[in-house]
Design a binder for this molecule. Structure first.
Ligand code: PYC
Length: 310
Protein backbone atom coordinates (compact mmCIF):
# COMPACT_ATOMS: atom_id res chain seq x y z
CA UNK A 1 0.00 0.00 0.00
CA UNK A 2 1.50 3.33 -1.09
CA UNK A 3 1.14 6.00 1.62
CA UNK A 4 2.57 9.46 2.23
CA UNK A 5 2.74 10.70 5.83
CA UNK A 6 2.73 14.34 6.87
CA UNK A 7 1.97 16.27 10.03
CA UNK A 8 -0.01 19.45 10.44
CA UNK A 9 0.98 21.28 13.61
CA UNK A 10 2.14 17.95 15.02
CA UNK A 11 -1.03 15.98 14.06
CA UNK A 12 -0.18 13.19 11.58
CA UNK A 13 -2.03 12.42 8.34
CA UNK A 14 -1.46 9.27 6.30
CA UNK A 15 -2.62 9.73 2.69
CA UNK A 16 -3.46 6.37 1.07
CA UNK A 17 -2.66 6.54 -2.63
CA UNK A 18 -3.11 2.91 -3.67
CA UNK A 19 -3.84 -0.50 -2.15
CA UNK A 20 -7.16 0.35 -0.42
CA UNK A 21 -10.39 -1.69 -0.79
CA UNK A 22 -12.72 -0.78 -3.65
CA UNK A 23 -15.62 1.26 -2.18
CA UNK A 24 -17.64 1.20 -5.41
CA UNK A 25 -19.34 4.26 -6.84
CA UNK A 26 -21.89 6.80 -5.55
CA UNK A 27 -21.59 9.86 -3.37
CA UNK A 28 -18.59 10.21 -1.06
CA UNK A 29 -21.00 9.95 1.89
CA UNK A 30 -22.19 6.54 0.55
CA UNK A 31 -18.63 5.36 0.00
CA UNK A 32 -17.64 6.57 3.50
CA UNK A 33 -20.58 4.62 4.96
CA UNK A 34 -19.37 1.49 3.13
CA UNK A 35 -15.86 1.98 4.50
CA UNK A 36 -17.25 2.29 8.05
CA UNK A 37 -19.55 -0.74 7.73
CA UNK A 38 -17.38 -3.23 5.82
CA UNK A 39 -13.69 -2.39 6.29
CA UNK A 40 -12.92 -1.93 9.99
CA UNK A 41 -9.93 -4.31 9.84
CA UNK A 42 -8.47 -2.29 6.99
CA UNK A 43 -8.86 1.00 8.92
CA UNK A 44 -7.22 -0.47 12.03
CA UNK A 45 -4.38 -2.04 10.05
CA UNK A 46 -3.41 1.26 8.43
CA UNK A 47 -3.54 3.44 11.56
CA UNK A 48 -3.02 1.14 14.52
CA UNK A 49 0.31 -0.07 15.83
CA UNK A 50 2.66 -1.43 14.64
CA UNK A 51 2.30 0.41 11.28
CA UNK A 52 0.57 3.53 12.52
CA UNK A 53 0.54 5.70 15.62
CA UNK A 54 -2.23 6.72 17.98
CA UNK A 55 -2.89 10.24 16.75
CA UNK A 56 -2.78 9.39 13.05
CA UNK A 57 -5.74 10.15 10.74
CA UNK A 58 -5.94 8.51 7.32
CA UNK A 59 -6.94 10.28 4.12
CA UNK A 60 -8.11 7.74 1.56
CA UNK A 61 -7.93 9.19 -1.95
CA UNK A 62 -10.96 8.32 -4.11
CA UNK A 63 -12.30 9.48 -7.44
CA UNK A 64 -14.40 12.64 -6.89
CA UNK A 65 -17.98 12.80 -8.20
CA UNK A 66 -17.53 16.50 -8.85
CA UNK A 67 -15.05 16.60 -11.72
CA UNK A 68 -14.02 20.18 -10.88
CA UNK A 69 -12.23 18.70 -7.83
CA UNK A 70 -8.57 17.63 -7.98
CA UNK A 71 -9.29 14.78 -5.55
CA UNK A 72 -11.95 13.06 -3.49
CA UNK A 73 -11.01 12.03 0.04
CA UNK A 74 -12.50 10.01 2.88
CA UNK A 75 -10.92 10.60 6.30
CA UNK A 76 -10.91 8.11 9.16
CA UNK A 77 -9.25 7.65 12.52
CA UNK A 78 -8.71 4.32 14.27
CA UNK A 79 -12.32 4.34 15.49
CA UNK A 80 -14.54 6.28 13.09
CA UNK A 81 -14.95 7.55 9.57
CA UNK A 82 -14.94 11.37 9.67
CA UNK A 83 -17.12 13.76 7.65
CA UNK A 84 -14.21 16.14 7.11
CA UNK A 85 -10.81 16.79 8.62
CA UNK A 86 -9.11 20.18 8.62
CA UNK A 87 -5.58 19.17 9.56
CA UNK A 88 -5.90 16.21 7.17
CA UNK A 89 -6.90 18.53 4.31
CA UNK A 90 -3.85 20.72 4.95
CA UNK A 91 -1.70 17.56 5.00
CA UNK A 92 -3.39 16.24 1.85
CA UNK A 93 -2.73 19.52 0.00
CA UNK A 94 0.98 19.34 0.92
CA UNK A 95 1.05 15.68 -0.15
CA UNK A 96 -0.49 16.47 -3.55
CA UNK A 97 2.06 19.30 -3.92
CA UNK A 98 4.88 16.92 -2.94
CA UNK A 99 3.74 14.64 -5.77
CA UNK A 100 3.60 17.55 -8.22
CA UNK A 101 -0.18 17.08 -8.64
CA UNK A 102 -1.05 20.63 -7.53
CA UNK A 103 0.85 23.92 -7.45
CA UNK A 104 0.56 27.31 -5.76
CA UNK A 105 -3.07 28.54 -5.99
CA UNK A 106 -6.61 27.33 -5.24
CA UNK A 107 -7.91 23.77 -5.74
CA UNK A 108 -11.19 22.04 -4.90
CA UNK A 109 -11.37 18.81 -2.89
CA UNK A 110 -14.50 16.68 -2.40
CA UNK A 111 -15.18 15.21 1.06
CA UNK A 112 -18.23 13.36 2.44
CA UNK A 113 -19.25 16.66 4.14
CA UNK A 114 -19.06 18.65 0.87
CA UNK A 115 -16.55 20.39 -1.39
CA UNK A 116 -13.80 22.41 0.32
CA UNK A 117 -11.14 24.62 -1.23
CA UNK A 118 -7.42 24.55 -0.47
CA UNK A 119 -5.16 27.47 -1.33
CA UNK A 120 -1.49 26.59 -1.41
CA UNK A 121 0.58 29.66 -0.49
CA UNK A 122 4.13 28.25 -0.38
CA UNK A 123 5.92 24.98 0.22
CA UNK A 124 4.24 24.44 3.63
CA UNK A 125 1.33 26.84 4.13
CA UNK A 126 -2.27 26.09 3.14
CA UNK A 127 -5.60 27.83 3.69
CA UNK A 128 -8.67 25.57 3.80
CA UNK A 129 -12.07 27.12 3.10
CA UNK A 130 -14.39 24.72 4.87
CA UNK A 131 -18.06 23.88 4.38
CA UNK A 132 -20.64 26.09 6.08
CA UNK A 133 -20.39 25.52 9.82
CA UNK A 134 -23.06 26.29 12.39
CA UNK A 135 -24.00 26.29 16.04
CA UNK A 136 -26.84 23.88 16.75
CA UNK A 137 -27.52 24.44 20.47
CA UNK A 138 -26.27 27.05 22.95
CA UNK A 139 -25.49 26.63 26.65
CA UNK A 140 -26.56 23.00 26.88
CA UNK A 141 -26.32 21.74 30.46
CA UNK A 142 -25.20 18.19 31.04
CA UNK A 143 -24.61 16.26 34.26
CA UNK A 144 -21.27 14.52 33.96
CA UNK A 145 -20.67 11.77 36.54
CA UNK A 146 -17.61 12.64 38.62
CA UNK A 147 -17.44 16.22 37.26
CA UNK A 148 -20.84 17.79 38.07
CA UNK A 149 -22.82 20.00 35.71
CA UNK A 150 -20.94 21.12 32.58
CA UNK A 151 -22.28 23.70 30.11
CA UNK A 152 -21.35 23.80 26.43
CA UNK A 153 -22.46 24.44 22.85
CA UNK A 154 -23.19 21.80 20.21
CA UNK A 155 -21.76 22.87 16.85
CA UNK A 156 -21.01 21.35 13.45
CA UNK A 157 -17.89 22.08 11.39
CA UNK A 158 -17.75 18.95 9.21
CA UNK A 159 -17.74 16.84 12.39
CA UNK A 160 -19.90 17.22 15.54
CA UNK A 161 -18.51 19.01 18.58
CA UNK A 162 -19.47 19.80 22.16
CA UNK A 163 -17.52 22.94 23.10
CA UNK A 164 -16.91 23.76 26.76
CA UNK A 165 -15.58 27.29 27.24
CA UNK A 166 -13.93 28.03 29.57
CA UNK A 167 -12.46 24.61 30.28
CA UNK A 168 -12.82 23.59 33.95
CA UNK A 169 -9.18 22.38 33.79
CA UNK A 170 -6.31 24.50 32.46
CA UNK A 171 -5.39 23.45 28.88
CA UNK A 172 -1.72 22.65 29.38
CA UNK A 173 0.39 19.67 28.24
CA UNK A 174 0.85 18.46 31.83
CA UNK A 175 -2.96 18.11 32.11
CA UNK A 176 -3.45 16.03 28.94
CA UNK A 177 -4.37 12.85 30.88
CA UNK A 178 -6.97 14.60 33.04
CA UNK A 179 -8.31 16.61 30.07
CA UNK A 180 -8.71 13.36 28.13
CA UNK A 181 -10.59 11.66 30.99
CA UNK A 182 -12.88 14.67 31.44
CA UNK A 183 -13.59 15.02 27.71
CA UNK A 184 -14.47 11.31 27.42
CA UNK A 185 -16.85 11.64 30.39
CA UNK A 186 -18.42 14.77 28.86
CA UNK A 187 -18.90 13.08 25.46
CA UNK A 188 -20.48 10.01 27.07
CA UNK A 189 -22.96 12.22 28.98
CA UNK A 190 -23.71 14.48 25.98
CA UNK A 191 -24.50 11.59 23.64
CA UNK A 192 -27.09 10.32 26.15
CA UNK A 193 -28.99 13.65 26.17
CA UNK A 194 -32.54 13.43 24.87
CA UNK A 195 -35.04 16.12 23.92
CA UNK A 196 -34.39 19.12 21.71
CA UNK A 197 -30.73 18.29 21.30
CA UNK A 198 -31.01 15.38 18.84
CA UNK A 199 -27.69 16.57 17.46
CA UNK A 200 -26.18 15.59 20.81
CA UNK A 201 -26.30 11.92 19.82
CA UNK A 202 -23.95 12.69 16.93
CA UNK A 203 -21.30 14.44 19.01
CA UNK A 204 -18.04 12.51 18.71
CA UNK A 205 -15.52 15.31 19.41
CA UNK A 206 -15.21 17.47 22.54
CA UNK A 207 -13.38 20.80 22.81
CA UNK A 208 -12.20 22.10 26.18
CA UNK A 209 -11.30 25.70 25.42
CA UNK A 210 -9.01 27.64 27.74
CA UNK A 211 -9.96 31.11 28.90
CA UNK A 212 -8.87 33.84 26.49
CA UNK A 213 -5.87 35.74 27.85
CA UNK A 214 -6.07 39.50 28.43
CA UNK A 215 -6.20 41.58 25.24
CA UNK A 216 -8.36 39.24 23.14
CA UNK A 217 -5.65 36.62 22.51
CA UNK A 218 -7.06 33.10 22.24
CA UNK A 219 -6.23 30.44 24.81
CA UNK A 220 -5.27 26.92 23.90
CA UNK A 221 -7.84 24.26 23.03
CA UNK A 222 -7.87 20.58 23.91
CA UNK A 223 -9.74 18.51 21.29
CA UNK A 224 -10.80 14.91 21.95
CA UNK A 225 -11.21 12.78 18.79
CA UNK A 226 -13.55 9.77 18.33
CA UNK A 227 -10.72 7.29 19.00
CA UNK A 228 -10.03 8.99 22.40
CA UNK A 229 -6.77 10.54 21.26
CA UNK A 230 -6.28 14.31 21.40
CA UNK A 231 -5.63 16.47 18.36
CA UNK A 232 -2.05 17.78 18.34
CA UNK A 233 -3.19 20.53 15.95
CA UNK A 234 -5.89 23.09 16.83
CA UNK A 235 -8.37 20.89 14.83
CA UNK A 236 -9.71 22.37 11.60
CA UNK A 237 -13.30 21.14 11.91
CA UNK A 238 -13.28 22.02 15.62
CA UNK A 239 -11.99 25.51 14.86
CA UNK A 240 -14.80 25.81 12.27
CA UNK A 241 -17.43 24.78 14.83
CA UNK A 242 -16.00 27.27 17.33
CA UNK A 243 -15.95 30.07 14.74
CA UNK A 244 -19.68 29.45 14.27
CA UNK A 245 -20.16 29.89 18.04
CA UNK A 246 -17.97 33.03 18.20
CA UNK A 247 -19.97 34.53 15.32
CA UNK A 248 -23.33 33.57 16.87
CA UNK A 249 -22.29 35.22 20.15
CA UNK A 250 -21.12 38.40 18.37
CA UNK A 251 -17.60 37.81 19.73
CA UNK A 252 -15.86 37.88 16.34
CA UNK A 253 -16.62 39.98 13.25
CA UNK A 254 -16.45 38.52 9.72
CA UNK A 255 -13.10 38.76 7.86
CA UNK A 256 -11.19 39.26 11.16
CA UNK A 257 -8.12 37.08 11.76
CA UNK A 258 -7.52 35.28 15.05
CA UNK A 259 -4.69 32.93 15.99
CA UNK A 260 -5.69 29.78 17.87
CA UNK A 261 -3.46 27.25 19.62
CA UNK A 262 -3.57 23.53 20.30
CA UNK A 263 -2.73 22.00 23.68
CA UNK A 264 0.85 21.42 22.42
CA UNK A 265 1.12 25.04 21.22
CA UNK A 266 0.82 24.65 17.42
CA UNK A 267 -1.35 27.30 15.75
CA UNK A 268 -3.85 28.10 13.00
CA UNK A 269 -4.95 31.50 11.73
CA UNK A 270 -8.74 31.63 11.40
CA UNK A 271 -11.38 33.92 9.98
CA UNK A 272 -14.87 33.51 8.51
CA UNK A 273 -17.38 35.03 6.18
CA UNK A 274 -21.14 34.69 6.67
CA UNK A 275 -22.69 31.58 5.10
CA UNK A 276 -25.92 31.46 3.06
CA UNK A 277 -27.81 29.42 5.67
CA UNK A 278 -27.08 31.40 8.81
CA UNK A 279 -23.75 29.75 9.58
CA UNK A 280 -20.17 30.73 8.74
CA UNK A 281 -17.72 29.79 5.99
CA UNK A 282 -14.45 29.24 7.89
CA UNK A 283 -10.92 29.84 6.59
CA UNK A 284 -8.19 27.87 8.35
CA UNK A 285 -4.55 28.58 7.60
CA UNK A 286 -1.90 26.18 8.85
CA UNK A 287 1.33 24.49 7.95
CA UNK A 288 2.07 20.86 7.11
CA UNK A 289 5.31 18.97 6.52
CA UNK A 290 5.68 15.75 4.54
CA UNK A 291 7.54 13.11 6.63
CA UNK A 292 7.56 9.85 4.65
CA UNK A 293 6.74 8.43 1.22
CA UNK A 294 6.57 4.70 1.73
CA UNK A 295 4.89 1.33 1.14
CA UNK A 296 3.14 -0.65 3.88
CA UNK A 297 3.37 -4.44 3.67
CA UNK A 298 0.62 -6.72 5.06
CA UNK A 299 2.07 -10.23 4.75
CA UNK A 300 -0.55 -13.02 5.12
CA UNK A 301 1.60 -14.76 7.80
CA UNK A 302 2.03 -11.55 9.87
CA UNK A 303 -0.04 -12.11 13.07
CA UNK A 304 -0.40 -8.32 13.44
CA UNK A 305 -1.32 -7.53 9.85
CA UNK A 306 -4.59 -5.94 11.07
CA UNK A 307 -2.87 -4.10 13.93
CA UNK A 308 -2.48 -4.79 17.62
CA UNK A 309 -5.81 -5.26 19.34
CA UNK A 310 -5.74 -5.56 23.13
O1 PYC B 1 -8.45 18.87 11.97
O2 PYC B 1 -10.60 18.60 11.64
C1 PYC B 1 -9.53 18.23 12.09
C2 PYC B 1 -9.45 16.95 12.83
C3 PYC B 1 -10.47 16.10 13.14
C4 PYC B 1 -9.92 15.03 13.84
C5 PYC B 1 -8.57 15.24 13.93
N1 PYC B 1 -8.30 16.42 13.30
Amino acid sequence: MHVIDSHTGGEPTRVILEGAPDLGSGSLADRAARLAADHQDFCRSVLGEPRGQVAMVAALLVTPQDRSCVAGVIYFDADAVLGMCGHGTIGLAMTLAHQGRIGIGAHRIETPAGVVTVRLHDSNTVTVTNIESRRIAHAVKVDVPGYGQVTGDIAYGGNWFFIVEPSPTAVRPENIRSLTDMAIAVRTAVTKLRGDEDAAAQVDHVILQDRPAIGGAQGRSFVLCPDDTYDRSPCGTGSSARLACLAADGRLDPETDIDVYSVIGSSYRLSYRPGRNGGVIPSITGQAHVMADTRLIFAPDDPFRTGIEL
